[in-house]
Design a protein around this ligand. Sequence first.
Ligand code: SF4
Length: 335
Amino acid sequence: MNELLNVEHLSISFHTYNGEVQAVRDASFQLGRGEVLAVVGESGSGKSVMMQTILKLTPCELKGGRIEFDGKDITDYTDRQMQEIRGSQIGIIFQDAMTSLNPTMKIGRQITESLLRHQKLTRAEAKKKALELLRQVGINNPEKRFHQYIHNLSGGMRQRVMIAIALACKPKMLIADEPTTALDVTIQAQIMDLLAQLRKEVGCSIVLITHDLGVVAANADRIAVMYAGRVVESGASDQIFYHSSHPYTRGLLESIPRLDAPHDTQLTYIGGTPPDALNPALGCAFSARCKYAMRLCRTQAPDAREIQPGHFCSCFLLDDAAKTVREKTGWEVSL
Ligand code: SF4
C-alpha cells in the first residue's frame, strides 16, 4: 500500500486530578493515498484523542510509538512544525461548526484568512478562491453567504463552510471528526456524499472518525475499530463488514438497525459499559462485556494478528487452543 499516514504502536496518556488516563494503547493503523479510513468506536474509545494528539491539538502525552506522514517521521515534531503541516497539508473538520468557527467573523473572511495564511495570493485572488470553494462544497448564492455569519446558516451549511475552510490549504489528508453527528439523517447523507465527491476531485485521503458503523458502510475503504484505547480489529471495509472476527466488532454490526427487519424485531445492543480508563482491566479490555470471555482473557491482553492479508484482529478466540470454546458457544470464525 502507498501509505500517506503510518501509525505504529502509539500510546497516549493524559493526566487528571484522579490520576493518569491511558487514552490510547499500542494502536497501529495505516492510511493509503486517496483512501478513506474510518476509525470507529464508542465515545471514550480514544479515537478523537488519538487523531488530535497526532496533530498536536491536545496537551496529551505521547508515551510511545511512531507516526510517519507523507514519508517523514513526525513523531517528535514541535508544535510549530506541526502547525505548519496542519495549515498546509492537513485539513480538519470538527463535529460542531458553531464552536469550531468564529461566530464574530464573517464566513468569507474566515476562508480568505486561511487562504492568505497558507498561499501566496492577493486579497482579490483570495476572495475569488473563497467563492469558488463555497461553490465547490455546494453552498448556494456564495456571494451572499460570503458576507454572512455562521449563525445565519443551517447545521448542514455550517458543515459545508467548515469543509470549504479545510479544503483551502489543498490538503493531502482531511480529518473529519464526527462530521455528521449533529445533523439529521438526510443532511448526514448529503455531507457524506460531498466528502466522497471531494475526495475524488481533490484527491486527498480522509480519516473519518465516527461512533456509527452505519455511516461508514458506503464510504470507507478501510476501517479501524477501537475499544478502550486499543485498535481491536482493522481491515478493508469488506473484511470488517462480511468477515468481522472480534466480538466487539460483531456487536457493533449487530446493533445497526435494519430497514428490512420484521417490525417486531428487538434492537440489539452491547450490554455493560466500557472499562474505567483510570483503572484499565488487566487482560482484554472487552472481557467484562464479552460473552465468549475465557479465563485467559481476564489476565492477558491479546496481541493483534494478521488473519488475512491486511486484516488484523486482537482476540484469543482465534487461537487454536480456543477451539472447544468456539464449538461450545457457537462462535464461527468468518474468514
Ligand atoms: Fe472476548 Fe477474550 Fe476475545 Fe477479549 S480476547 S474479545 S474477552 S474472547
